[in-house]
Ligand binder design. Structure first.
Ligand code: ZN
Length: 518
């Protein structure tokens, strides 16, 4: 399997996708772009000058003209159905700032089809008479607020809820949506994101990055709108449910031979970082890390013993990355060994997902790499999320760079070797690091990490790691862009980095040699 994988070995390679033709409307600070609701979307520009190959990955979603419509003004009110992300124009609504999602799911006997109820609570950012949620799968049966039923419409992967009157900007909302959904029988994580059926038994696993959560839950599906979450998942006898945050409890209902697993994520989390596992899982209390973080993992009953083989590595990695990147950003950490497809891992917040086939109890290069990568994402991706999906290198470049540092520390490879190899493989293809042809291609991972190495050589170790820590503290629990990253690194180094970012980050191709050390 490894031979099929990209340099990062986290995600199997797909051909470069067609770059999309819309420009971004994101505000550089990653906040909700209130202005996007009143300004119309930019007209499509002609496709980039490179000649991309056709996409084989459904995770790349070239914009269509329907998707491009971000906002339909209705008098003075906004009806936003997009936050204006160039790569994924269907995602999010600029009208919403969600605070909390309360989710209840009930799985059928096979652990595959489910009914759900989600309460979405927050504030309107703009005056609007419509509340739009991303909803690309569930069939909605009812929508209510405190006052009664609300009219709704399902179209173009959106759930459009009529408020009946104009809600002013700043006013709060809480709507409850009832829906039914099922996990598709087919499809690989290379083609789509969302829920997948377990490899070997009943139940499901999730990989939601970038747009998968809205294929099974109506949500404001963009990392610029983080919220707290609560999942109460009812599963048939013999199955259990794992999600992010703290396990509040499990209750059994003898009458229906089912149990409900309730998970509370009380730290802000982007929708793509939701973890949902249904299967024969157990939780394992891993005590406390030497850095003082509660460790709680999950694995299928037959795999629980495998977790122990990773305890010491996780502890040492936590110590190492805390030293480099600053305090671990969340209350808890743990591994989820899922009955998921091999070759994929995912940095689900506080509890990254790994395939039980990859973390099978063995400890080698690949396991060190996977564990380092997903832990580093907790700082880069989870605590600080990308402001747009074009900024994905700020997740994957950092996680890959952290891998290299860890592998060197363990004597499993050298950073120099990894960096040289990655630069040679990515310098001349795949598009700009800040706008890669493929979301999860090797320009994003290896190219992004090579750029970080070039930056480190340019500004020196002290400024580089000061900047890394400042990036996390300055944008904690929020989303930030490549321009924000440049600003942080300029401040940390006291240097103007326009030329560096032009040459290494925004240019279509990159130098094939690293700069001399500062
Ligand atoms: Zn990653």
């Amino acid at each position: 399997m490894v031979a099929l994988l990209c340099g990062s070995v986290l995600f199997a390679c797909a051909a470069p996708a067609q770059p999309v033709a819309l420009d971004s409307h994101r505000t550089p600070d990653g906040s909700q772009p209130g202005s996007a609701a009143t300004s119309p979307p930019a007209p499509p520009e002609s496709a980039s000058t490179s000649s991309p190959e056709p996409s084989t990955s459904a995770n790349e979603q070239p914009a269509t003209s329907e998707q491009a419509s971000t906002t339909a003004a209705s008098g003075a009110v906004s009806r936003s159905t997009s936050v204006g992300d160039r790569r994924y124009p269907r995602l999010g609504s600029a009208d919403l700032d969600v605070d909390h999602y309360k989710v209840a799911l009930r799985y059928d006997a096979d652990g595959v089809a489910f009914t759900g109820r989600i309460t979405v609570a927050g504030q309107f950012v703009n005056a609007t008479d419509q509340l739009a949620l991303d909803n690309a799968g569930p069939t909605v049966t009812a929508v209510t607020d405190g006052a009664g039923e609300l009219a709704f419409q399902q179209s173009d992967d959106e759930l459009l809820i009529s408020l009946g009157s104009v809600a002013p900007a700043g006013s709060t909302f809480a709507v409850t949506v009832d829906f039914a959904s099922a996990v598709p029988a087919s499809g690989s994580f290379l083609e789509r994101a969302g829920l997948f059926r377990n490899e070997t038994g009943p139940g499901v696993w999730s990989v939601n990055e970038p747009d998968g959560t809205s294929t099974w839950l109506p949500v404001n599906d963009h990392p610029t709108d983080k919220a707290t979450w609560r999942f109460a998942v009812t599963v048939p006898e013999g199955l259990s449910a794992i999600s992010n945050g703290e396990l509040e409890g499990t209750t059994r209902d003898d009458a229906t031979a089912s149990s409900t697993w309730t998970w509370d994520q009380n730290e802000p989390m982007a929708s793509y970082l939701v973890l949902l596992l249904v299967g024969e899982y157990e939780t394992e209390d891993g005590g406390r890390s030497s850095t003082g973080v509660d460790i709680e993992s999950a694995a299928e009953t037959e795999d629980v013993a495998d977790l122990d083989n990773y305890t010491a590595i996780v502890d040492r990695q936590m110590e190492y990355f805390t030293e480099l990147f600053g305090t671990y950003p969340f209350e808890r950490y743990g591994l989820a060994l899922a009955d998921s497809a091999s070759g994929l891992a995912m940095e689900t917040q506080g509890k990254p997902l790994f395939s039980r086939q990859d973390l099978d109890g063995s400890v080698g290069y690949f396991q060190h790499l996977l564990l380092a990568h997903e832990m580093a994402h907790q700082w880069f991706g989870d605590a600080v999320s990308p402001a747009t999906w074009d900024d994905i290198w700020l997740n994957e470049g950092w996680a890959t760079y952290a891998e290299w540092m860890w592998l060197e520390r363990e004597g499993l490879s050298t950073l120099e070797e990894q960096a040289e190899q990655s630069l040679a493989g990515t310098a001349h293809r795949g598009g700009p690091v800040s706008r890669p042809h493929e979301l999860f291609g090797d320009v994003t991972y290896d190219g992004g990490a090579a750029v970080l190495h070039a930056l480190r050589l340019t500004i020196g170790d002290e400024a580089f790691f000061d900047g890394a820590r400042a990036w996390v503290t300055d944008h904690m629990d929020s989303a930030a862009s490549t321009d924000d990253f440049q600003a942080t690194m300029e401040e940390a180094s006291g240097r103007d980095l326009d030329t560096f970012f032009e040459t290494w980050v925004h240019a279509a191709t990159r130098p094939d040699m690293f700069p001399a050390t500062a």
